[in-house]
Design a protein around this ligand. Structure first.
Ligand code: ATP
Length: 311
């Protein structure tokens, strides 16, 4: 399917420092894409260029075929952009912010008010509409920000850390809202540091490190899901002894989210049995063992592609 938003060959320098170093990215309608990378990887800089807020030093961005450099107004009117900081709108009331932006997007005052009321209800801020924005909590500000991005019925949503500060219920509702948007054909790009949270939300992931997209093609098997029988799960009674074994053997284990067990990869049942025998021989008390086929977590993929902090 053709991309709704395409960034090609994007480069951005800050002085002598190259924050984004030749990124290509394509966002398809109906797809939620996760933008993942360590602090300073260039995610915000990339999103600013995709939203048309920051001019690239090289490369192009097009939205539904419109070049954001030459057709800025039309292209940007198709985008909903949620920055990672709230901005200086705190002196206005919630409803005023919404109607102000609605009018900026070209809605007449009555339509802007109506759309604002609908969206504030959708993000459960209807009781806050008369409050000054600066008294809102961080999570409430984020919800207001999300509502604001939807004012102009965007075809592309670019959200920088939208769930930051949100409580669990708001996060779940955000996830549902994004899925509804995607089901309506919107292309969504979302960055987050909370990988477990992206896990159930995204259809696709772009990993960025040091201003570049990390090539994950070598990990395709890992990403598509492990071959059945290659992942094993282990429960131990004495984790200190098992930790000592891991250290001594330089053995790689994974700890599935929300689970006290360990998992490891093996080429097949024979290798798994050998590994188990070595663990037992090292004095570890094993209380459970079995095949654990299934998809690896985003966190595991993140670690596999060596997404260490940028120096
Ligand atoms: N206006 C600026 N002037 C100078 N350097 C900048 C500027 N904006 C970003 N940078 C640098 O560019 C690099 C990428 O920053 P960016 O904010 O895009 O990263 P990020 O991946 O969003 O990080 P985080 O996950 O911490 O939000 C960083 O090293 C940052 O210090």
């Amino acid at each position: 399917m053709e991309a709704l938003l395409s960034g090609q060959g994007l480069v951005r320098n800050f002085g002598a420092f190259r924050a984004v170093d030749g990124i290509d990215i394509h966002l398809r309608p109906g797809t939620i894409t996760g933008l993942i990378g360590p602090n300073g990887a260039g995610k915000t800089t990339l999103m600013l260029m995709l939203s048309g807020m920051l001019a690239p030093d090289a490369g192009t961005v097009s939205v539904a075929g419109l070049d954001i450099g030459t057709k800025a107004r039309e292209a940007r009117s198709l985008i909903g952009w949620l920055p990672d900081t709230f901005g200086s709108w705190g002196e206005l009331r919630v409803e005023e912010i919404m109607t102000y932006f609605g009018q900026l997007y070209g809605l007449d005052k009555a339509t802007a008010k109506q759309r604002s009321a609908e969206l504030l209800e959708q993000v459960h801020l209807e009781d806050m509409s008369d409050r000054f924005a600066h008294v809102l909590s961080r999570g409430q500000k984020q919800r207001l920000g999300v509502a604001r991005t939807l004012l102009n019925h965007p075809r592309v949503l670019l959200l920088d850390e939208p769930a930051a500060g949100m409580d669990p219920r708001s996060r779940i509702e955000l996830r549902e809202l994004l899925r509804e948007q995607a089901d309506d054909g919107v292309a969504v790009l979302i960055s987050s540091h909370v990988l477990s949270e992206l896990e159930g939300t995204i259809d696709d992931a772009v990993f960025v490190k040091a201003g570049r997209v990390v090539d994950t093609s070598a990990l395709s098997e890992l990403i598509e899901g492990q071959a059945v029988g290659s992942r094993y799960r282990l429960s131990v009674l004495d984790s200190a002894a098992f930790r000592a074994f891991i250290e001594a053997e330089d053995f790689t284990v994974f700890t599935p989210a929300g689970c006290l067990d360990y998992e490891f990869n093996a080429a097949g049942p024979e290798e798994a049995a050998d590994i188990l025998a070595r663990i037992v021989a090292a004095g570890v008390k094993v209380s459970g063992f079995g095949a654990a086929p299934g998809k690896p977590s985003l966190e595991e993929i993140y670690l596999q592609v060596d997404m260490g902090e940028r120096k």
